[in-house]
Design a protein around this ligand. Structure first.
Ligand code: NAD
Length: 357
């Protein structure tokens, strides 16, 4: 199969880690007989330095023409004092919007090889953690209008609008049910329908959509309980379906309890067109250019790109297995280092994965 991949290396450790992801994709192409063609575009600080804009029009054009977009990370202290609309992070929000990406998929997986890094009590960690948060990305209180600040009765007030249309809820629910079918067939819809009208509509539409997915087990949970259950017994979850703001918080919580930021990939998908695949961590300016970054989140994002972007399950499984084997063989970057293991740099970790592929 022939596929075009647009690369967005970005800033900080971005250029170092993306190279390891590209090497893995090239090796997959060779092993499984696919032709991956790579193009590279500017995003974030690198784009600001070259063009004055965090998301140049040329980058949008190149991403739209690709079959998938592979992003490393953006940002850094050099650009911290710019106006909000000129900052590197605007490039990421902008490209998600331009590509109409409404579903953010973030797996949180505690690999047995890294159980020592988990922040949970060992008896809870022993039950395992393998879930995915499916977060709606374009609606909710982040985008609803009216929004603003004004003076009412002599006092400043701030206000935002939590708003979801049934179409927005339905399309993200479909993504969650479809995702569950490829996993353990369970969806937990998280909202606050005991208090919020928006959540009541959310729940109604999720129930209606579920009628087409009766093979998937659907449960409902209030956000406050979900935040608690995630640390009490994360093994109960398979797919967590939720809105933009609750998903923002829950997906960070789910990933941090695994203890390894440098291990976690993500995907953002739209109804059609290319998806965007990226590690969840930032550009780590404190270790940039020192060959210290963990490239595994990027390599695992490449696996998500293969599975969700190109429907290449076998290829994605092979990449994930190679990562696990490299860990099982004792190789660790500094962020996940434990006693008795072998410390390697970014490039060497990439090589260890390649050898096992
Ligand atoms: P960060 O994720 O970059 O780093 C947090 C800590 O984790 C740092 O100590 C860093 O060294 C470490 N870390 C992160 N990724 C690592 C990896 N792959 N291997 C080893 N260690 C790793 O978050 P931050 O420090 O808050 O932000 C730094 C910059 O990144 C900021 O400009 C921020 O705006 C930006 N950022 C970008 C994204 C993105 O591109 N999607 C996401 C978050 C933050």
């Amino acid at each position: 199969m022939k596929k075009n991949i647009c690369l967005l290396p970005g800033d900080g450790i971005g250029p170092e880690i993306i190279v390891q992801g590209i090497n893995v994709l090239k090796a997959v192409g060779k092993k499984f007989g696919h032709e991956f063609l790579f193009s590279e575009a500017l995003l974030g600080g690198a784009a600001i330095d070259a063009t004055g804009e965090p998301l140049p029009a040329e980058t949008v054009r190149m991403c739209r023409e690709a079959d998938a977009v592979f992003l490393a990370a953006v940002g850094g202290p050099k650009w911290d004092n710019l106006a909000p609309e000129k900052r590197p992070e605007r490039g990421i929000l902008g490209i998600r919007k331009e590509l109409k990406l409404f579903a953010n998929l973030r797996p949180a997986l505690l690999l047995p090889e890294l159980a020592g890094a988990c922040l949970l009590r060992s008896d809870i960690a022993a039950r395992g953690l393998d879930l995915i948060v499916v977060r709606e990305l374009t609606g909710d209180v982040y985008f609803g209008v009216p929004r603003g600040q004004e003076v009412r009765e002599g006092q400043r007030v701030g206000f935002n609008t939590m708003l979801y249309s049934e179409e927005e809820v339905q399309r993200i629910a479909i993504v969650a049910f479809e995702t569950a079918r490829k996993r353990r067939n369970k969806v937990c819809s998280v909202e606050k329908s005991n208090v919020l009208e928006t959540s009541r509509l959310w729940k109604e539409v999720v129930l209606e959509t579920h009628k087409q997915y009766s093979d998937v087990t659907l449960t409902h949970m209030y956000i406050d309980n979900a935040a608690m259950q995630l640390v009490r017994d994360p093994s109960q979850f398979d797919v967590i379906l939720t809105g933009n703001i609750f998903g923002d918080i829950l997906s960070d919580e789910a990933s941090v309890i695994t203890g390894s930021l440098g291990m976690l990939p993500s995907a953002s998908l739209g109804a059609s067109g290319p998806g965007l695949f990226e590690p969840i961590h930032g550009s780590a300016p404190d270790i940039a250019g020192q060959d210290k970054a963990n490239p595994l989140a990027t390599i695992l994002s490449a696996a998500m790109l293969l599975r969700l972007g190109f429907n290449m399950d076998t290829e994605a499984n092979a990449v994930e297995k190679a990562v696990r084997t490299a860990l099982a063989d004792g190789f660790r970057t500094g962020d996940i280092m434990e006693n008795g293991k072998t410390l390697v740099g970014c490039q060497e970790m990439g090589e260890k994965v390649l050898e096992r592929l």
